[in-house]
Design a protein around this ligand. Structure first.
Ligand code: PLP
Length: 397
């Protein structure tokens, strides 16, 4: 079953089979969960490098069995040579930055990214390690090009971006990075590899929060970086072995199990989200809807060019109403849960208030508070019905 190679089989076949195999000891057709910290040593262990992550299992922080199976599956789904899985999406992002950036290097990153990226680069890496940072509107290719310096080592983007759903052109930014001897990393969490594969589009590195769509069931955290073996090995040894952000074997197993149904779930997320976005856009009481699948999205064409199967399950919107009415609306929801995170089976909504310190980087319509809505796998009629009855209770319909 491990012979299910990227080149020879479709995405769904690889989602089902890659990384699984027959357990040699029991004959079970599922690889077991190996909850072990240590692995048996060779006759003479004195030659071993205790900081190595070369694939020989010694200790789970250097690479355990379930981590390896998951890495096989994710490399295959993202179309990359190798993968490292870590404890969370943020462990993957920080580990990647830690391994790639040195004092004096310059990094360009998008004005719409996961909040931890902003903190890590803009507040920690530049102050602690003298890494130079520039924030750009990554949907503006001229601005990206103009931000490049001779010491630019990395461009980091997120598309669609959290939480404004901004789209950045992966192919074009990969070209800018490569013309200038820099690397491009793309946070692919919102799209998932079913909808978009940054490595195939020219990015050097793809980062995923496995906590979201890839696990998909809201019960395990994880993160991954996918790319060329040489860079991934560097991240593995520096971030996993020496910073210590290893994932637990059980979480790796859960995520592996969740990833099997990624294509099926993403199809439903895509379909439910576009229907919900269209419904919201049709309402007089909604001030804006941001979803890359809508024709009204400023960068819909770019999204269509790089998101081949759909536009994901996350959208943002706001009501033509005051702060408290937004909270009241949420309190009336019965199907949709008020909680952070996204990409779970259930619909999740979060009201992001007016005092986000990065608000100045967002479009005007986001400044007076908005919802980030992760459209789940429920019947879409029930999702839309839930929104309708909550709006009615708020006297908005
Ligand atoms: C959630 C998220 C992360 C962080 O992942 P964790 O698993 O929560 O650490 C990174 N990037 C994006 C786009 C996210 O939505």
């Amino acid at each position: 079953m491990t012979d299910i190679k990227y080149e020879d089989y479709g995405f769904q076949t690889r989602a089902v089979h890659t990384g699984n195999d027959i357990d040699k000891e029991t004959g079970a057709i599922r690889r077991p969960i190996t909850m072990a910290n240590s692995y048996s040593l060779p006759y003479d262990p004195t030659d071993l490098n205790w900081s190595s992550a070369d694939g020989n299992s010694i200790y789970t922080r250097n690479g355990g069995a379930n981590q390896k199976y998951l890495q096989e599956k994710l490399s295959s789904l993202e179309g990359g040579e190798d993968c490292v899985v870590l404890a969370t999406g943020v462990a993957a992002l920080s580990g990647m930055f830690f391994a790639l950036l040195n004092s004096g290097d310059h990094v360009i990153f998008s004005d719409v990214t996961y909040i931890a990226v902003y903190r890590l680069l803009n507040e920690l890496f530049n102050k602690k390690f003298k890494v130079e940072t520039t924030i750009v509107d990554s949907s503006d290719l001229k601005a990206v090009r103009a931000a490049v310096r001779p010491n630019t080592k990395l461009i980091h983007i997120e598309t669609p971006g959290n939480p404004t759903l901004k789209i950045s052109d992966i192919r074009a930014i990969a070209d800018i990075a490569h013309e200038n001897g820099a690397l491009l990393s793309v946070d692919n969490t919102f799209a998932s590899p079913f909808n978009q594969r940054p490595v195939e589009l020219g990015a050097d590195l793809c980062v995923e929060s496995l906590t979201k769509y890839i696990n998909g069931h809201g019960d395990a955290m994880g993160g991954a970086v996918i790319g060329e073996r040489e860079i991934i090995d560097q991240i593995r040894s520096q971030a996993m072995v020496n910073l210590g952000g290893a994932i637990s074997p059980f979480n790796a197993w859960l995520i592996m199990r969740g990833a099997v149904t990624l294509p099926l779930r993403m199809r439903q997320h895509n379909e439910n989200a576009i229907k919900t976005a269209e419904y919201l856009e049709s309402l007089e009481c909604v001030s804006f809807v941001a979803y890359p699948g809508l024709k009204s999205h400023r960068l819909h064409e770019t999204a269509k060019n790089q998101m081949t199967n759909g536009f994901g399950g996350v959208l943002s919107f706001a009501l033509k109403a005051d702060h408290d009415t937004h909270n009241k609306f949420v309190s009336h929801l019965k199907v949709i849960t008020s909680a952070v995170s996204l990409g779970h089976d259930e619909s999740l909504i979060v009201f992001l208030g007016e005092d986000d310190e990065r608000q100045y980087l967002y479009p005007e319509e986001f400044h007076s508070g908005f919802f980030r809505f992760s459209v789940g796998l429920e019947d879409v009629e029930d999702i839309i019905g839930d929104i309708r009855q909550a709006l009615e209770k708020c006297m908005l319909l």
